[in-house]
Design a protein around this ligand. Structure first.
Ligand SMILES: [Mg+2]
Ligand SMILES: [Zn+2]
Length: 198
């Protein structure tokens, strides 16, 4: 029998986004210190496991390609995330990252790939490598591209956002719609719990 998974975007779902005033952008954390968890992430991940889901991170991380941070910093952030969750009994099963960007400054990562969301490549690879039934799986993210990737992969989707969904209008124009909208990951886990039990 195949497994089922909850695919999680990272930035804006697990950890807070950072506002870089001098650059005028909202982006991923560039330093270990800037990586701050949203509340109750451990509770949500424990619930996914209890419901029989693998927890798999699927995240675009073009920051190395853009020279926002180094591979070493990226690894330190990963370690911090996993260690702190593990301490609370919440384990991430697998992680899949896309390091590419079409305009990356580092040649190795400068390309048009099949893994950068909205493409479903990360989810498809994870499903293939870990025997995941995508039709029984969920994609949770705070961006339109997360929902697009989830829909393309054949998953159910939850958008993390305020109930008055600002992105919904744009998504409507693009012809994508999340199955649910939740204000945070824990609330999203309750939605999945209800769906599994109904
Ligand atoms: Mg995000
Ligand atoms: Zn990629």
């Amino acid at each position: 029998m195949k497994d089922k998974a909850v695919f999680l975007d990272r930035d804006g779902v697990i950890n807070e986004l950072i506002y870089y005033k001098e650059l005028g952008i909202i982006d991923s954390p560039f330093t270990v210190k800037q990586f701050r968890f949203f509340p109750d992430i451990d509770k949500a991940i424990k619930k996914f496991r209890k419901l029989g889901f693998k927890t798999i991170i699927v995240s675009n991380q073009p920051g190395i390609a853009k020279k926002n941070y180094t591979i070493e910093t990226f690894e330190k952030i990963r370690e911090k995330m996993k260690k702190e969750l593990k301490k609370k009994g919440a384990e991430i099963d697998f992680e899949y990252y896309c390091f590419h960007h079409p305009e990356g400054k580092i040649k190795k990562f400068r390309k048009i790939c099949n893994c950068r969301k909205p493409k479903p490549g990360l989810l498809l690879s994870a499903a293939k490598e870990h025997n995941i039934d995508l039709s029984k799986s969920w994609m949770i993210g705070d961006g339109i591209t997360d929902i697009q990737a989830g829909v393309s992969a054949g998953c159910k989707t939850i958008l993390i956002g305020r109930m008055k969904c600002e992105l919904c209008k744009i998504m409507e124009e693009k012809g994508v719609k999340p199955d649910f909208v939740a204000p945070n990951l824990y609330k999203a886990s309750l939605i999945i719990e209800r769906q599994v039990r109904s």
